[in-house]
Design a protein. Structure first.
Length: 273
């Protein structure tokens, strides 16, 4: 059930944050360029701050979309909302009112109402993040260095908010597995830091010092097919390493590939040598 009262507070906060965000978006207009005015001084200025521009214009457009959708749901028709910043703030202020009326009319389960409430709750958090004013419970998680992934679900591992205050004891977390099991799934620095190469030119190794290669590198090393490795993974003959290449490609232990090739009779000559 949607609680309307917090949405009024959220809307008021957003109307205070958006003008501040707008100041981060602007750059010199064509008319103000050092090389003099152009033939089109009214051209819209180009945003220089991409994160600020993305959030600002997403809210600018989406709040009108939700306002129109809810107005059509309640009244069967909607008026055109102009594109000025003032009109955006008016639309933000009107959104919780429309949500409240939709709930009173029995539309609490309608996806337009649910999505509008979620968006209104999410927008201030996004704006605060761009303004570098995220609250303690809104600090972002950091992707694990070296593209390390969970050995259970293969989702990217993450460092918890505030890890930079104590990097020597920063555990890596798998949030999907934690949510599924109900107990924290994590690895201490001693378990994961050896998996991160200090120099990108050095061979990649796992926690036991075993060399790691991509499927393409393995194909070149053993004169075999990269697709064959993926077939072996699918059949459970070998398992990819817990870390990944910088571009996200899966890595395999050279020793596992050699053992599988020997078992398949594809590496007799090399073993004999």
């Amino acid at each position: 059930m949607i609680d309307v009262e917090p949405l009024y507070t959220t809307a008021r906060e957003l109307t205070q944050l958006l003008p501040r965000l707008a100041h981060l978006v602007g750059a010199l207009s064509n008319a103000d360029r050092p090389d003099g005015p152009t033939s089109r001084p009214d051209v819209h200025r180009i945003p220089w701050n991409t994160p600020a521009a993305t959030v600002f214009f997403d809210v600018h457009a989406d709040v009108r979309t939700y306002e129109n959708a809810l107005t059509l749901l309640l009244h069967g028709r909607a008026k055109y909302r102009a594109g000025s910043d003032a009109d955006t703030l008016d639309a933000v202020s009107r959104l919780p009112v429309l949500i409240a009326h939709a709930l009173d009319a029995g539309h609490g389960d309608h996806w337009d109402v649910i999505d509008a409430a979620k968006a209104l709750t999410r927008w201030p958090r996004l704006v605060r993040a761009v303004l570098d004013e995220a609250r303690p419970d809104e600090q972002p998680w950091t992707k694990a260095p070296g593209n390390l992934v969970c050995p259970h679900c293969e989702d990217r591992l993450e460092l918890a908010p505030g890890w930079s205050d104590h990097p020597e004891s920063a555990d890596l977390h798998c949030r999907p597995c934690t949510a599924t099991t109900g107990t924290p799934v994590r690895w201490a620095p001693a378990q994961w830091t050896p998996l991160v190469p200090a120099d990108g030119d050095e061979p990649l190794v796992d926690e036991h010092g075993v060399q790691l290669v991509t499927a393409r590198e393995a194909a070149e090393m053993f004169a075999t097919s990269a697709d064959l490795l993926h077939v072996w993974v699918h059949r459970g003959h070998i398992a990819p390493a817990s870390r990944r290449e910088s571009d996200g490609a899966r890595l395999f232990r050279v020793s596992d590939i050699e053992a599988r090739l020997v078992a398949a009779g594809r590496l007799r000559d090399r073993v004999a040598a």
